[in-house]
Design a protein around this ligand. Sequence first.
Ligand SMILES: [Mn+2]
Length: 294
Amino acid sequence: MKRLGIHSFVWTDGTTQQGLEMALEKSVEHGYRCIEFAYLRPELFDLDRLARKSQELDVQIGVTMGLPRDKDISSGDPDAVRAGHQMLSDAVRAVRDVGGDKLGGILYSAHTKYDRQPTGEGWKTSAGVIAEIGAEAREAGVMLTLEIVNRFETNLLNTTAQGLRFLDECGNPDVTLHLDTFHMQMEESDPAQAIRMAGDRLGYFHIGESNRGYLGCGTIAWEPIFDALLDIGYDRDVVFESFSTAVVDESLSLACAIWRNTWTENDPLAAHAKQFIEMKHAEARRRRTANAAA
Ligand SMILES: [Mn+2]
């Protein structure tokens, strides 16, 4: 793992410049070296100021987002596809301008519970747009990384195997997969095996518990996951993701079905997550050394 990071929604609902700057400070205070923001509309925030502040604090910014329904590039509606293409282009530029190095999330479809089956045509259209946006992202020095999420949040890519087929369809080697333990827990028959299958096409990694709360207080088997990350030599960023109604981004809370609190105090949550991830990572390294010696 390159840097350990935290989602800004642990600190702020992300609606004000002040909130985002506070989130940068809190992340650094807790020893995190990268932070994740939701897509920042350039007309609402001072991106230059955020870029300078993140540089001063030496904390790397990454951005994730999901497309809204009326900009769904997998929808088969040409107007929506055009609007989605535009939104992704704008997002790539905003990530570059805020000094970010990656754009992840549900970029290939809407972030919603679908009421219809995906179509082959929608899949192809989406892959074509993502290939083009991947080229724009490369120009901008931004890595495009597609988050594989559970069935209630997209109908297109729910498993790593589907994601890898989609990357093949894109044919753009710069586009990578963004995996998340919360989603893998639900959809993969073997999350660790999924990580191994993704291998060097894994571009970004979210660590979240099965109930999106405190790590270790859910049903995820962490040891095989950390072993698999070591086995593939994963050397990109790992970000802790947890949401509570105590810190609310309205649209994300609705899209992610955050109906109750698994925590209310963010400081102890952030401190625990860092300790937990570093401990699990160190244990995996020790297992590896012991196995090599045996
Ligand atoms: Mn995630």
